[in-house]
Design a protein around this ligand. Sequence first.
Ligand SMILES: Nc1ncnc2c1ncn2[C@@H]1O[C@H](COP(=O)(O)OP(=O)(O)OP(=O)(O)O)[C@@H](O)[C@H]1O
Ligand SMILES: [Mg+2]
Length: 292
Amino acid sequence: MEPFAGAILIRDKSTLVANMVVPDLGCSLYFGSLSHRLAGSCPHSGGPKGQPERLVKERTSEVEAANRAKSQFLATMSHEIRTPLNGVIGMTDLALDTELNPEQREYLDMIKLSGDSLLAVINDILDFSKIEAGKIDLELADFNLRDCLESALKTVALRADEKQLELLCEVAPEVPETIEGDSNRLRQTFLNLLSNAIKFTETGEVSLRAGVENEEGDSLTLHFSVADTGIGIPAERQKAIFDPFTQADASTTRKYGGTGLGLTICSRLADAMGGRMWLESEVGQGSQFTSR
Ligand SMILES: Nc1ncnc2c1ncn2[C@@H]1O[C@H](COP(=O)(O)OP(=O)(O)OP(=O)(O)O)[C@@H](O)[C@H]1O
Ligand SMILES: [Mg+2]
C-alpha cells in the first residue's frame, strides 16, 4: 500500500478557498505594502534601476531570518521551561502519593492541574515553533488505525461523560486495519479536534468518522472528520480560525480558555502530511472539521 497521505477532505468550496487564501494573503499583503513603500521612495532616492528588486530581496531575507530566529527562540524557551516544569509535576505526583490532610491534598491537586495545563500550552508552543521553523519530522511506520482512533477517544471519554455528551466513532468497513504514517501526529490531530468539539458543545454528541475518499490502483486516500452539535463558528470568523493564537470570539476566551494554537497545529500537520483541513460550521448548529 502507498504511504498514507493524511490528506484532508474538502466538502465546502468556500472553506477551501478561505483555507488556501489565508496563508497566501499574509504573504501578498506583506509584499504589497513593501513594494508600495519602495515604489514611493524610489523617485526621491534616485537609485539605479533594479534597486527596488534588490531591496525587496534583502528585506525578504531579513524578515525570513528574523522569523527563523523567533521560531528558534520560542522552541528553545519552551524546551527550557518544560524541563523544570516536568520536575514540578513529577514531584507533585510523588507528594500526592504520601499521607496528606484534605487541605494539603486540595492544594497539591491544584498545583498538578495548573502544571498539566501549563505543560499543554508549552507543548503546543513547542510544536508550533517547530512547524514554523520547518523542523517537523513525520515518522513513517505501519500502525493500526483503529487503535489510534480508540486511544484518542479514550483520552477524551471522561470529559465527554462529565458533560453528558454522546461520543461516537464510525469507521467505514473498507478502511484498512493497518496504514503507514505518523500515528502520534495523527492521534494528536484527533485529540485536538475532539477536545475542541467537547469544549464547545454543551448538549448532544461528538462524532469521529473515518472513511475512504478514493482508491486509485494501490493508493488510498482516507478522510477523517470530527463533528459536534455545539456553539458553531460564525461564517466571518471561519477564515481566520486556523491562524495561530486566533479564537472565534475573544470574549469567550475566559469561559473556554485555550491559546488558539490547536487548530493551527492540526492544519499545519495535515499540510505536512500532504493533505488539507477545513471546516463547515453554523452558529448554534455545530461544527465539522474534516481532513483528508
Ligand atoms: N468544535 C468547535 N466548535 C466551536 N468553535 C470552535 C470549535 N473548534 C474550534 N473552535 C473555535 O476556534 C478557536 C481556535 O481553536 P484552537 O483549537 O486553535 O484554539 P483553542 O481551543 O482556543 O486553544 P488551544 O487549542 O490552543 O488550547 C477556538 O477558540 C474556538 O473559538
Ligand atoms: Mg483547541
